[in-house]
Write a new protein. Structure first.
Length: 377
């Protein structure tokens, strides 16, 4: 196998697009967030051209693996680190090496290569690896020296399956969920005529985004600074996405309207019979109607009838998601520490010390919290 590093996204666009798209069509655990088109937009908006690094693994002329990333300066405690970071954000799921199913050798070669770039890398960060993928198999079984693999975080993403049809799925849910949906629909209809409208990337999503800007300001996310358009860059990102026609991924925005007024929205990405729910919000003025439940019922039913079988809620387990879920995907955030650099060794030692101290610290805190209650007894 031959490993090469392409510096800068413009060069990667020229050299890799056709091969990347061909590999992606057959890739292990693929998602909308490892496609060439996603990164083409992501790097144009968020990526400093000087920091982009694309690791490519080939076998003669055959492309076997791609690992996109960028160089970042980060600090752990007071320790400054040079990092190779997979470009991810709150919307991104299933990060890691793009490779064929079962091609662990190519995935391992790509990750290991981050340790030997032309500038010393102390730490490689892979923020969202789904368990049972090739990436997970490689990282969970360890990498050759000087790599030290660490699980920095583990979490779950709830999902539900409608493989037997929407009506069968809905009947399998709790009485409380079905009742809450009916109540939401009734309350929304009590405020006026309820309709919905869908906008699709590459067709008319730009028109939908113009409307979303207005609604986003009225959502609780918009009011606390975490809305869809929380920064100018995010606005540019979604605008570029709206104009992109993607062969394997469908990005769409759906509004729920009451008497022609947008009161709730959902932004999603669909591929391979799976739907990823990216962002959802509603107008605080309609909070007592719970319009999100009405909108979700319409979206899930429509997409199930179009052939979608799995709906992924994304990171975070909430009471609302639990009502819908039929299972959970397991994810882990991995750190690969380079013990071939001085800062990598210092980071590794600091983390070892942190792990040793943590149980004692937790016991001390528990004892301190229990002390006054014990005295009162």
């Amino acid at each position: 196998m031959n490993v090469e590093v392409i510096r800068g996204w413009e060069m990667a666009r020229q050299l890799l697009q056709e091969d990347w798209e061909a590999l992606y069509r057959q890739a292990d655990m693929r998602s909308p967030f490892t496609s060439f088109q996603w990164f083409d937009i992501w790097f144009q908006v968020f990526g400093d051209p000087e920091t982009v690094r694309i690791i490519v693994v080939r076998d003669e002329n055959r492309l076997r693996a791609i690992l996109p990333g960028r160089m970042e300066k980060r600090r752990y405690g007071g320790l400054p680190l040079t990092c190779f970071v997979f470009p991810a954000d709150a919307n991104t799921a299933r990060c890691g090496v793009v490779c064929l199913p079962g091609d662990a050798d190519a995935a391992k070669a790509a990750i290991t290569a981050t340790m030997t770039l032309d500038e010393p890398v102390d730490l490689t960060i892979l923020p969202d690896i789904e368990m049972h993928s090739v990436n997970w198999q490689v990282l969970s079984t360890g990498l050759p020296p000087p790599c030290i693999v660490r699980v920095e975080n583990q979490y779950q993403t709830p999902f539900f399956s409608v493989k037997d049809g929407w009506e069968v799925y809905l009947r399998s849910r709790s009485v409380n969920l079905r009742k809450s949906i009916r109540q939401s629909i009734k309350r929304c209809e009590g405020r006026g005529q309820v309709t919905s409208e869908v906008f699709v990337a590459g067709l008319n999503l730009q028109e939908g985004l113009d409307r979303l800007r207005t609604l986003d300001e009225r959502t609780w996310q918009g009011k606390n600074g975490t809305g869809v358009f929380r920064s100018r860059d995010w606005g540019r990102f979604y605008e570029k996405l709206s104009r992109t026609s993607l062969p394997l991924v469908r990005y769409e925005l759906e509004f729920l309207q009451i008497d022609g007024v947008d009161v709730a929205f959902s932004l999603s990405a669909s591929m391979d019979e799976e739907v990823f729910l990216l962002r959802t919000g509603y107008d605080k003025n309609y909070e007592n109607c719970h319009p999100g439940a009405t909108l979700h019922e319409r979206i899930f039913k429509r997409l199930a009838e179009e052939g979608m079988t799995t709906f992924d809620f994304g990171e975070g387990v909430t009471a609302y998601k639990k009502r819908w879920e039929t299972g959970r995907h397991e994810h882990a955030s991995y750190w690969v520490i380079n013990r071939g650099t001085l800062k990598g060794i210092l980071l590794w030692l600091e983390l070892l010390l942190h792990d040793r101290i943590r149980p004692w610290r937790e016991r001390w805190r528990s004892a301190k919290a229990a002390g006054p209650r014990g005295a009162e007894g």
